[in-house]
Ligand binder design. Structure first.
Ligand SMILES: [Zn+2]
Length: 300
């Protein structure tokens, strides 16, 4: 495997650097800061090596190129274990987070933790504050991904360039402030990003969905469950599912949906993991109605 050779080469370079660093001359060649950086690289490479056998797409090189920082890199690989023989699916939750004590985002995070599953939360900027901050921290701890759903649910295609940038940039900053992570993906409200202004004024990809559970419309747990069960009969490998964690009925539905998906052999991953595992490089300003090879070839 070419990527494994590359990885072996990288480890070799790091070992060589460490060798030089502790060489016989007795003279220290690196500052404390540089030593820390080298140790960080060694740690990251060790982590990747451990996880690599479970990664079924892409390459270590593309992983490194895509990662803007070590924190992001570790976020990417973290401690995930993937079985390449099992299907993967990305549950996504918009419009939150919800600080409701019952059937809010916290209960959903409990469920995800219980079933060792990940999800992606496309948050609204105006819901990110000191009260919701613990939810964002917990999302990160559980390996979930946080995306941008604009500041106040604006239809971006109705705004001018400055308006688009304000909605997106403000929310990116709030996500960084409360989660400590850079935001890599956007879900525009109403899936609306297809004009000339929106794509050129953002630096992240637009992640749409394969299946809308209509949870926002029915607000009925049984309806959401039956729709998911119906769609699940089709080939769902690689699907992106749209839901909303601000509706208690959606969280109620997830108490059935998540265990059922896991029991059916689905691995619930984040959007970035799904793209990575499917070998799809997400490009800034591009809309993805589902993550597969076909969608990356189509300009929306
Ligand atoms: Zn929305």
């Amino acid at each position: 495997m070419k990527s494994l050779k590359k990885l072996a080469g990288m480890i070799g370079i790091v070992i060589l650097l460490c060798g030089i660093m502790t060489g016989c001359s007795g003279k220290r060649l690196y500052s404390e800061e540089e030593l820390t950086q080298i140790h960080d690289v060694v740690g990251a490479v060790e982590q990747i090596t451990k996880e690599f056998q479970y990664v079924i797409g892409g390459s270590i090189q593309s992983l490194l190129e895509d990662s803007s920082s070590r924190a992001d890199l570790m976020d990417y690989v973290s401690t995930r274990k993937y079985d390449p023989d099992k299907k993967i699916i990305a549950l996504t939750f918009d419009d939150g987070p919800s600080t409701d004590e019952t059937n809010g985002t916290s209960d959903l995070l409990d469920l995800l933790e219980q079933y060792d599953s990940k999800a992606t939360f496309f948050c609204l900027g105006n819901r990110l504050n000191d009260e919701s901050a613990p939810l964002l921290k917990r999302m990160v701890e559980l390996g979930c991904e946080i995306g941008n759903h604009s500041y106040d649910h604006a239809q971006l295609t109705k705004l001018d360039a400055k308006g688009v940038r304000d909605e997106i940039d403000t929310t990116n900053e709030l996500i960084k402030k409360y989660s400590g992570r850079d935001c890599r993906i956007i879900r525009p409200p109403y899936g609306a990003a297809d004009n000339d202004i929106v794509p050129t004024n953002v630096s992240q990809p637009f992640i749409m969905w394969d299946m809308d559970t209509l949870d926002w419309k029915t607000k009925n747990a049984a309806s959401v469950i039956s729709l998911v069960e119906k769609y699940k009969e089709q080939d769902w490998d690689g699907a992106v599912i749209l839901m909303h964690d601000i509706h208690p009925t959606t969280i109620e539905a997830c108490k059935t949906i998540i265990p059922e998906l896991v029991n059916d052999g689905y691995q619930l991953v984040t959007v970035s993991e799904l793209a990575y595992l499917k070998g799809v490089k997400l490009e800034p300003g591009k809309s993805y109605w589902g993550i597969d090879e076909k969608s990356t070839e189509t300009d929306y």
